[in-house]
Design a protein around this ligand. Structure first.
Ligand code: ADP
Length: 260
């Protein structure tokens, strides 16, 4: 019965076509939703520092400029705001590249101990403002060679240490440690004794723009993208990232790397 068979095939094909189109439309809808949400978040993140800068500049123009001390103070604050905007734009640039799969990892063999030391050097000033001690056990006098994208891993360590300072308590400690995990892996841990994170926030921590404290009143700033960037970089290496935290006690973020 060729005709009925043909009819059956045709019906099947029409159905399949309809399902495919429906899926396509669904995908487009999700993408559009995602785009809208992303743009909404971006303008929200940019607004605060922009208004801050505008506020200081307007006050200066309204007469504050005539007072030498105030002038300097306000100009410095405006500059801080611009600095923050630059950080946010850089993070946005990075997350866009990472989310579109434009990761372009450049693998090499490098000493992870040196990377941690570099990060500590760059962040020492910032930590000392809060009397936070950055510690890295001296047993790491020996190099630990890993195989990864050095610049991106330095960014990961930077973001984690920056967070440990931002959410660390005055006079606290950030400790980095590196340990053998299995035969060809190491685990890098960044531990702080800061404010910690409540359990219910943990699953969403690595989402872009997700913050525990949404008030935005936090003077420390940030783009809300730090951990999303970290996750993309580590998973792009096919490695794992973990977090353990106890509210009021501290947090530990750790990730794995392949040994050379
Ligand atoms: P942000 O720019 O807000 O720091 P992140 O993506 O780096 O963005 O972090 C997301 C949120 O996770 C932060 O807003 C903060 O609430 C929480 N968080 C990150 N690291 C820590 C930490 N070491 N201790 C406590 N909370 C943290």
């Amino acid at each position: 019965q060729p005709i009925t068979t043909d009819m059956a095939t045709l019906t099947k094909e029409v159905k399949k076509f309809a399902t495919d189109k429906k899926l396509e439309i669904e995908t487009l809808k999700i993408r559009e939703e995602y785009r809208r949400e992303f743009l909404g978040n971006v303008s929200h993140e940019l607004k605060t520092p922009l208004f801050t800068v505008q506020g200081y500049l307007s006050t200066l123009l309204d007469g504050a400029m005539n007072d030498k001390t105030i002038r300097k103070k306000y100009l410095e604050r405006a500059e801080k705001g611009v600095e923050r905007l630059i950080y946010i734009v850089k993070d946005l640039d990075m997350i866009t590249k990472l989310e579109t799969g434009d990761l372009n990892l450049e693998y090499s063999d490098f000493n992870i101990v040196e990377v941690v030391q570099n990060v500590f050097e760059l962040l020492e000033m910032r930590a000392s403002k809060k009397n936070i001690t950055l510690t890295f056990d001296t047993k790491y006098a020996k190099p630990i060679m890993v195989h990864a994208d050095q610049e991106k891993i330095q960014q990961v360590v930077t973001n984690l240490v920056v967070n440990s300072i931002k959410y660390g308590k005055e006079g606290g400690t950030t400790e980095v440690s590196i340990e053998d995990l299995v035969k060809n892996k190491v685990i890098v841990r960044v531990t702080d004794n800061g404010e910690g994170i409540q359990k219910q926030h943990i699953p969403r921590l690595f989402e872009r723009f997700y913050r525990v404290d949404k008030s935005g009143a936090r003077s420390e700033g940030g783009s809300g993208l730090g951990l999303a960037i970290v996750k993309h970089i580590i998973e792009g290496h096919n490695e794992r990232i973990y977090v353990e935290s106890q509210h009021g006690v501290g947090s530990e973020f750790s990730f794995t790397l392949e040994k050379q």
